[in-house]
Design a protein around this ligand. Sequence first.
Ligand code: CO
Length: 210
Amino acid sequence: MNNYERLLLENKAWAMEKLADDPGYFERLVDIQNPEFLWIGCSDSRVPANEITGTQPGEIFVHRNIANMVVHTDLNLLSVLHYAVNVLHVKHVIVCGHYGCGGVKAAMTNHDYGIINKWLRNIKDVQRYHRDEINGMPTEEQKLNKLIELNVQEQVMNLAKTSIIQKSWKEKQYPHLHGWVYDLHDGITRPIFEMPAGTHMDPIYEFDDL
Ligand code: CO
């Protein structure tokens, strides 16, 4: 049996198990998508949104990319964010990074990664904004993990800089923005930063005519 065939077999077994527990399980999910959370996480295979939060299909709307970035020209992220905020009306947006992130690690090097350079540039900028704090950490691993935390914080702030979030904050007083970091060593996710609706930021980013 090929590796990929195992996935289809496991899927069949999973579907049968769900039905055995609850015969109406799939039918109920067909017509309703009402998640309260948007998850913006890393593509890393070790950080699956549903598994680590103990949530079921239907509970989290998910966007993942290398190093859980919120890039203000990324049409994919912006489309997900717009849909989550204005159609699904999610109450919370979570940016979840993880210690040991390969994307952040790559951004700390001077290696040429081809087209990924352009993505990593966004992380290098975060490193430059916080250079002193990062360089103040004693070991390489601690420098990396500090940048991972600061990157999560910057991505939450990037969400708050969008007109999508600012308009929703003004009209509906949500969503609440969260920055979390998952630890591969113990499986625990720790909140490190948050921006409740209405949080002010550098005024240059605040739209006054939404
Ligand atoms: Co990662």
